[in-house]
Design a protein around this ligand. Sequence first.
Ligand SMILES: Cc1cc2nc3c(=O)[nH]c(=O)nc-3n(C[C@H](O)[C@H](O)[C@H](O)COP(=O)(O)OP(=O)(O)OC[C@H]3O[C@@H](n4cnc5c(N)ncnc54)[C@H](O)[C@@H]3O)c2cc1C
Length: 401
Amino acid sequence: MIGAGPYGLSVAAHLRAAGVPVRIFGEVMDSWRHAMATGMFLKSTPDATDLSAPEPGGRLADFRKVRGESELTELTPIPCDVFVRYGQWFQKRYVGDVEPAKVAGVDRDPGAPGFVVGLDDGRQLTAAAVVVATGLNGLAYLPKELLRLTPEGPAAGALVSHTSHHSDLSQYAGQRIAVIGGGQSALESSALLHEAGAHVEVLVRERRVLWGSVPRLDRPWPQRLAQPASPLGTGWTLAAICEAPGGVRLLPAAARLLLFRRALGPSGGWWLRDRVEGVVPVRTSCRVIRAEASGSTARLEITRPGGSERLVVDHVLAATGYRLDIDALAFLAPALRRGIVCVPRSKAPQLSSTFETTVPGLYITGSLAAPMFGPMMRFVAGTEYAAARIARDASRWVVAP
Ligand SMILES: Cc1cc2nc3c(=O)[nH]c(=O)nc-3n(C[C@H](O)[C@H](O)[C@H](O)COP(=O)(O)OP(=O)(O)OC[C@H]3O[C@@H](n4cnc5c(N)ncnc54)[C@H](O)[C@@H]3O)c2cc1C
């Protein structure tokens, strides 16, 4: 098992419950501790934030109850640190040992069916099956216009960085920062930067910023019928996607990719609106067409409907999302990667109904599975569908002693 985030822990919990010998590599809830800024909240609601346990009692609500903490409702955004503590509790309760080593290589075992797994400390082991649950690690996307600011690659110290490089935005206090993007990451980062004393401006491609609406706990039935609730929001399309990820997999590839790209556009959580609107300057309908370093500053050329403008800042924070690209999983040996057939017109893996790639015994879950099973796999809510299926199928590779 490569990865100990929500997906890795959920699959591992099911494997351990089934008595399958499994070793789990990765840092528990790593992305939530190190790739998200302090002070962030989850956009998803408590009901959509449960890991998948092999028996009742492992939901976020159960964790809160056991710890004597108050119940969360749709009207209480979940702080990231609550979710991290929930993941750690889940790991102790359902998973047990997790090895914090990084997997540096996975290749076919030349001497037997299965795989050779190399760790970054030089150790090697063999495995009958491998499950990849590395989330968005290594998949951060930086538009080519920004690459000139960072010939050495984006990093916290460079003129441009990606939101996933930061766990503390207060280092930018007093500096001029351009945040590129119009989704939750951009908007929440801009609020945190502003609150830390930075001079922030958000540059958004879309004509306007979209905000989620304040949830109503007591929706009358006609409204519930017209706009059914789902872990991803309200509406029939989202409800269908969440109800039947297996059905999504059977759609033609072009339809699945369309769903993947369009079903959930960029928007900000309802609870964030007051911290951004009228507080942080936001330029909409604008596109950065050139970015150049000038001494210790970044000069941006921006086009807007009325013409072009320039902006000089001390740092550019790219909240420009992630690209699903199997080639970015550098730990997979090139020959192994070549054996993984991708969804047409994408670099995401084609997967069986049990998340197995076209390399027998190699499974991929989480965001990389979204072009097959739909947008729910981009979120914690997808663990319920994925975990038991993968665990059941992967256990068939284990030869009884
Ligand atoms: C800013 C932000 C906010 C988000 N908010 C929400 C939200 O509110 N609700 C929601 O449902 N989803 C949210 N998401 C999506 C979120 O990433 C996923 O829902 C969830 O974390 C996916 O879990 P995962 O297990 O696939 O990956 P991750 O949580 O990213 O876990 C990856 C694991 O892989 C390990 N790993 C990586 N590389 C290696 C390696 N080479 N060897 C060993 N281990 C490795 C890491 O240590 C880690 O344990 C958000 C994402 C971002 C970026």
